[in-house]
Design a protein around this ligand. Structure first.
Ligand code: BES
Ligand code: ZN
Ligand code: ZN
Length: 483
């Protein structure tokens, strides 16, 4: 993505523009400058298409010869525009002019703090495609955005957005990649190379090291696959950190369910079961690139949940790194097993806050639907930090309860706990209660992204498939901890 600022539409080489219109066809700042002398004609044409400036609307009109651009995408801004509305409007404008690789816009001039950053973020995220497996793919130039008329701070804002868009794209790519091409080790190598390119330190624990280190959960889950599990760690260590944040991601590169095999329908999208790990590593690399003065350690617990001959059996007992034992009654509840090890390890590093991100339970998706993640924490203050970050990035999260009396639902007759609840009810909560056993006294927040990690239908800046959900909130969270 290339972003620059030009004085007028005449100063841009773009032949198309995206401009904003508020509800009731009121022009946003800058919109009229592309309509010199033809404003009333355009108004009539817009009305004829049914466009009235409501949010979510977009109309593309061809302008007469002699106009500064040949086509304009008008996007509706509604009557109470916020930053995410602006990201979405920018995305719709970009998608309406799909074939273009250079777009001039005045959308960044709406009076909202961070508008230029939001426009670039929205257009940039909407520009995503995953076509590496299409034999007919067309190579396109990266998107160029010409901001017509400058605003205070546009350069800093949009440079940050470019890094954020990159990180979201990386997480989406990793999720969309077919599982065949992302064994735990391949995944670790791919993100390892990328992290090193950006000067971020990484470490990978292979199966021998996992055994030495007592990572019984990761090993138990990984043994059913011919492709061994591993733990990948990425570490941003600024010189004088203001705080320390640990990020932990569920990285099941494919979840067949193991011996408690899933049905075909439920397995279809299970290449996405590493979306938490993808979000964590993508965010950590971005935080490092942005030079945010907060120490961040990102842990990706990587394993493939398969029903091979070495697979764990229902009834097996695993010992997790912190010494606690778990009876595995359903091998499909594997995420909590790998996270237990990674959370124990994260807690040993004494961070100020641990946040784990995981496509953990179908139950969370049942509760909140496909667009909203569940947030679980013992400590409201910690939960509120994550919720506030997500609110500012437009990633929808909802604070769920974590009732301690439900802990009896994971009592086991033979081990310290079992990896299932009682029946299906409250399944997202019982999973979170199990995770809590592994964080000790460290403030901790669990984000269940089973719904929003992967979408069946695209909308505004979110594509069908991997969404990169959580990446932006984690970056924002680190930013909020520097104060
Ligand atoms: N990866 C799944 C959860 C999931 C479901 C993510 C749908 C995204 C979309 C997880 O490992 C799983 O299978 N959980 C079980 C737990 C149960 C067996 C206790 C579930 O939610 O059904
Ligand atoms: Zn599972
Ligand atoms: Zn899973």
């Amino acid at each position: 993505m290339r972003v620059k600022s030009v004085r007028s539409f005449g100063g841009s080489e773009a032949s198309v523009a995206v401009v904003g219109v508020y509800a009731g066809l009121r022009s946003a700042p800058g919109t009229d400058s592309v309509l010199k002398g033809i404003k009333s004609w355009v108004r009539t044409a817009l009305v004829a298409t049914g466009f009235d400036g409501a949010s979510g609307q977009v109309a593309v009109l061809a302008l007469p010869d002699g106009s500064p651009v040949s086509r304009v995408g008008f996007v509706g801004l509604g009557d109470d525009l916020d930053l995410d509305g602006l990201r979405q409007a920018a995305a719709l404008g970009r998608k309406a002019l799909d074939k273009e690789t250079r777009i001039a816009t005045t959308l960044h001039r709406v009076p909202l703090d961070g508008a230029a950053g939001a426009v670039v973020e929205g257009m940039g995220m909407a520009d995503y495609r995953f076509d590496r497996y299409k034999s007919q793919r067309v190579d396109r130039d990266p998107l160029g955005i010409d901001l017509v008329g400058s605003t205070d701070g546009w350069e800093t804002e949009t440079a940050r957005s470019a890094v954020v868009v990159d990180a979201v794209g990386l997480a989406r790519d990793l999720v969309n990649e077919p599982s065949r091409a992302k064994s735990p080790v391949m995944f670790a190598e791919r993100i390892g190379t990328l992290a090193v390119r950006h000067g971020v330190a990484t470490e990978t624990w292979d199966i021998e090291r996992l055994t030495e280190e007592g990572m019984g959960g990761l090993i138990g889950v990984g043994m059913g696959s011919h492709r061994p599990p591993c733990l990948f760690v990425v570490h941003h260590k600024p010189r004088r950190p203001k705080a320390k944040l640990a990020l932990v991601g569920k990285g099941i590169v494919f979840d067949s369910g193991g011996l408690s095999l899933k049905s075909a329908d439920f397995m279809e999208n299970m290449k996405d079961d590493m979306a938490g790990a993808a979000a964590v590593v993508a965010a950590t690399v971005a935080i490092a690139r942005l030079g945010i003065p907060v120490e961040v350690v990102g842990y990706a617990a990587l394993a493939e949940n398969m029903p091979g001959g070495g697979a764990q059996r229902p009834g097996d007992v695993l010992q997790i790194r912190n010494g606690k034992t778990i009876e595995v009654l359903n091998t499909d509840a594997e995420g909590r097993l790998v996270l237990a090890d990674a959370l124990s390890l994260a807690a040993e590093g004494k961070p100020d806050l641990i946040v784990d991100v995981a496509t953990l339970t179908g139950a969370c998706k049942v509760a909140l639907g496909p667009k909203i993640a569940g947030v679980f924490a013992r400590d409201d203050e910690a939960a509120n930090k994550v919720l506030a970050a997500a609110r500012s990035t437009g990633e929808r999260m909802w604070h769920m309860p974590l009732p301690s009396d439900y802990r009896t639902m994971i009592d086991s007759a033979v081990a310290d706990m079992k990896n299932t609840g009682q029946g299906r009810y409250g399944g997202a909560i019982t999973a979170a209660l199990l995770l809590e056993e592994f964080v000790g006294d460290t403030p901790w927040v669990h984000v269940d992204i089973a719904g929003p990690a992967f979408l069946d239908t695209a909308e505004h800046y979110l594509p069908k498939g991997g969404t990169g959900f959580g990446v932006r909130a984690l970056i924002e969270l680190a930013e909020s901890m520097k104060a």
